[in-house]
Design a protein around this ligand. Structure first.
Ligand code: NAP
Length: 506
């Protein structure tokens, strides 16, 4: 645990501050905050100070079962609620979320260590936008009619699946809870959601907000806990679908468990995405985007472009422009409005990232800048690392191949388009990618050739609610956002109607 006195130098928000201590948090089941029956608790820690924010009750199998039963009860009501009414309730939740944006952003910063300048602008807002989008779509979900002359017709309707399990990662805790629950609820499903053990707090706020907005009790429940709680969900026979955001290895385990009862699955998993800069790119833009694609949220973003391929003629000038910009980045107190790089999620994760930095230093790559613990004593209790850039990297280096999920950029030179396509695709991941070039035919060739679920041309990490987001290969199954997600949260029922007499065969 960090020294509470050292936080005296860290800033406070209006609602929460670096030294906030909260009461024990429990679960949210059937429209109210309830205690877990397991008797077990875990601590949630402020990543910027190392201090405990509060104890959280771990949901055991019995608690998960209670949440599933509640969600099944709610399903009877919610799935029969007219779509326009579902839309109104979801839109009301959006209004509450926007009105409480700053307070929720502070709680996210407290629990997750991200700079307040990010959480105020993005974390809550990008989730609320997605709920608004699906609220708008709810009444537009429709079926098909087939005329089957002479005396029959068929109606094909879209029906909700039932109870969906949402299991979240710690990097965008509240946004993930909203991205999963919005389409699920808009389609008439109910949800049991488990946030990551490291960031349990804001999902509970979302549950309160949905309840206040008019969602029936049990339509959105929150259970807390680690992988055991997640497994109790993925193995529960009362759950129809699992939507997970997490590591690729977790996806494999969850898929195996979900297979036992043949649940539907949607997986948003890890990545090691290519960020490709051709010599004709606007260099300033490419450098700015590479910074954002590697160091936003301390590099804890699944779709980050961590393999930065730069065409040989501009390789040196790219690095020359990049270095001072990285040096100027402000690492520090997440509650300071000037801070651009906050704390990594946990001590264990920071040590893992440092391990990759050490591995890179020991390789033939060249450290350009960063990769150190900051010297400011006020930050000593937190999990801070300065953004690191390594040049002269090669594809075979382990830190170039594996997802680090921290502020570590690998820069790799390339000579030709064909070569960079092959190298960019030489990974088991396929979440995203980008090209920076002014040559549009080439940009489109790259978009076609790169194996990724999202590809940006002269931009990065833009994820509007109306466009699908998700991975190729081992980066995921299915998509979040967009119209397509309506399909994965519904099932199709065919009703065949005979208007005439039954034609017997015997
Ligand atoms: P993680 O370790 O895979 O955990 C994800 C969630 O799954 C957590 O809630 C975790 O619980 C739970 N879990 C772990 N093992 C489980 C099991 N056997 N059965 C059921 N649930 C289980 O991932 P993370 O460290 O939280 O997040 C980082 C990863 O998420 C990175 O790989 C990142 O790329 C990926 N990510 C992907 C996207 C995307 O949209 N593609 C977005 C964000 C993050 P505990 O936390 O309690 O262990």
């Amino acid at each position: 645990m960090g020294d509470r006195d050292s936080t005296a130098n860290l800033k406070n928000g209006r609602h929460y501050g670096a030294d906030s201590r909260l009461p024990t948090q429990g679960l949210f089941i059937h429209g109210e905050a309830v205690s877990a029956t397991s008797g077990e608790t875990f601590e949630t820690i402020n990543p910027a100070t190392g201090q405990t924010i509060c104890d959280v009750q771990q949901a055991g199998a019995e608690d998960v079962d209670r949440a599933v039963k509640s969600a099944r009860e709610a399903f009877k009501v919610w799935s029969r609620t007219p779509a326009a009414e579902r839309a109104r309730i979801l839109r009301h939740a959006v209004d509450i979320l926007r009105a409480r944006n700053d307070e929720l952003a502070e709680l996210e910063t407290l629990d997750g260590g991200k700079p307040l300048q990010e959480t105020l602008a993005v974390d809550i807002a990008s989730g609320a936008d997605v709920i608004e989008y699906y609220a708008g779509l709810a009444p537009a979900i429709r079926g098909e009619h087939y005329d089957l002359p002479p005396e029959a017709f068929a109606v094909v309707s879209r029906e909700p699946l039932g109870v969906c399990a949402g299991i979240g990662a710690w990097n965008y805790p509240m946004q993930i809870a909203m991205w999963k629950s919005a389409p699920a609820l808009a389609c008439g499903n109910t949800m049991v959601f488990k946030p990551a053990e490291l960031t349990p707090l804001t999902a509970l706020k979302l549950a309160e907000i949905y309840h206040e907005a008019g969602l029936p009790p049990g339509a959105f429940n929150v259970v807390q806990g680690d992988a055991r709680t997640g497994q109790a969900m993925t193995c529960h026979p009362g759950i129809a679908k699992v939507t997970l955001t997490g590591e690729a290895e977790t996806g494999k385990l969850v898929m195996a468990d979900a297979a036992k009862t043949l649940k539907h699955v949607t997986f948003e998993l890890g990545g090691k995405s290519p960020f490709i800069v051709f010599a004709d790119a606007i260099l300033e833009d490419a450098v700015s985007a590479a910074l954002m694609a590697n160091f936003y949220s301390s590099g804890e973003v699944c779709s980050n472009g961590t393999r930065v391929f730069v065409e040989r003629p501009i390789y040196d000038s790219f690095l020359a422009k990049l270095k001072p910009r990285v040096e100027a980045m402000r690492v520090g107190d997440p509650f300071d409005p000037e801070t651009q790089v906050g704390a990594l999620i946990s001590r264990e994760h920071m040590e893992k990232v440092q391990g990759y930095v050490d591995m890179a230093k020991a390789s033939n790559a060249t450290l350009v800048v960063g990769g150190e613990r900051p010297s400011d004593p006020a930050l000593s209790g937190g999990n801070f690392l300065t953004p690191a850039v390594f040049a002269d990297c090669t594809d075979d280096m382990r830190f170039v191949q594996e997802e680090i999920f921290g502020p570590v950029m690998a820069v790799l030179p390339f000579e030709s388009e064909a070569e960079v396509v092959e190298r960019a695709n030489a990974t088991d991941y396929g979440l995203s990618g980008a090209v920076f070039t002014q040559n549009f035919p080439r940009a489109h060739r790259m978009a076609r050739e790169i194996e990724a679920g999202s590809f940006w041309i002269n931009d990065y990490n833009i994820t509007p609610p109306e466009v699908p987001f998700g991975g190729y290969k081992q980066s995921g199954i299915g998509r979040e956002n967009g119209l397509q997600t309506i399909e994965s949260f519904t099932q199709v029922k065919t009703v065949y109607a005979n208007l005439g007499r039954f034609q017997g065969m015997y």
